[in-house]
Design a binder for this molecule. Structure first.
Ligand SMILES: *Cc1c(COP(=O)(O)O)cnc(C)c1O
Length: 230
């Protein structure tokens, strides 16, 4: 069994290689270590190997780990799970990023509940890119209206878009899903330029991060390849 530090090394090399192959600048793709279901000790190992950004899907589990890992300097917490209205206050108070904002009601609550002592909460809009009935995420058609509304929310910083395309679809269709998300971000930059930095594409996981990087990912969310199967 390879160690978490080794795995971070090999995933980092995969990211560097794909970034170079895509002709993109070194350092333009960030690694989010998806640590759902993993114990705090394993996050500490990843931290000691240099990892700073961690992605969590469940609020209470994340808060427990934050408690255990308090004192780790510059650790950065990203919420990537389904957003429920009754959890927005805890999310707004504890996280630096939310990748999974899928409706305006959630954005408004996060804005209203973000403590003013903290910098604006970085958010991505999650898009249901394959229109799957079972998946959360907003429709591509709604993005511009949502961005216009978020422009009026001073405690949020709209960084971009996130998607979880079905990883089991044929390669060509998976690529086209990533490309659709990248094109949607370009369109937002043109049609809603004032709504936030719009510098982020959160897409790609353990199995498909190379393809996502070729299509423009700036954050890849990697769990299994770092921590092993869940
Ligand atoms: C679990 C999860 C991941 C990580 O997936 P792996 O295949 O384990 O790398 C990425 N993004 C989201 C939203 C997840 O829930």
């Amino acid at each position: 069994m390879s160690s978490i530090a080794d795995n971070i090394g090999s995933v980092t090399r995969r990211i560097q290689k794909a970034t170079l192959k895509a002709g993109r600048g070194g350092g333009s793709v960030h690694l989010l270590a998806v640590s759902k279901t993993r114990p705090a000790d394993e996050l500490r190992m990843a931290y000691n190997a240099g990892q700073r950004a961690f992605g969590e899907n469940y609020v209470q589990e994340a808060l427990d780990k934050m408690d255990e890992l308090r004192g780790l300097n510059a650790i950065e917490w990203h919420f990537i799970g389904p957003t429920q209205s009754n959890k927005t206050r805890q999310i707004a108070e504890a996280f630096a990023w939310v990748h999974s904002v899928d409706r305006l009601k959630i954005a408004q609550r996060l804005n209203d509940q973000r403590p003013l002592s903290l910098p604006p909460l970085n958010i991505c809009l999650q898009v249901n890119i394959n229109n799957e009935k079972s998946k959360s995420g907003c429709a591509l058609e709604d993005l511009i209206d949502m961005a216009d509304a978020i422009e009026e929310m001073p405690n949020l910083s709209l960084r971009g878009l996130m998607a979880i395309p079905d990883p089991d679809q044929p390669e060509a269709e998976l690529r086209s899903s990533f490309r659709k998300l990248a094109n949607a971000l370009k369109q937002m930059r043109q049609e809603a330029p004032g709504c936030g930095p719009l510098d982020t594409l959160s897409m790609g996981m353990s199995g498909d991060l190379e393809m996502a990087i070729e299509e423009g990912a700036t954050w890849v969310r990697v769990g299994t390849a770092l921590f092993g199967p869940r």
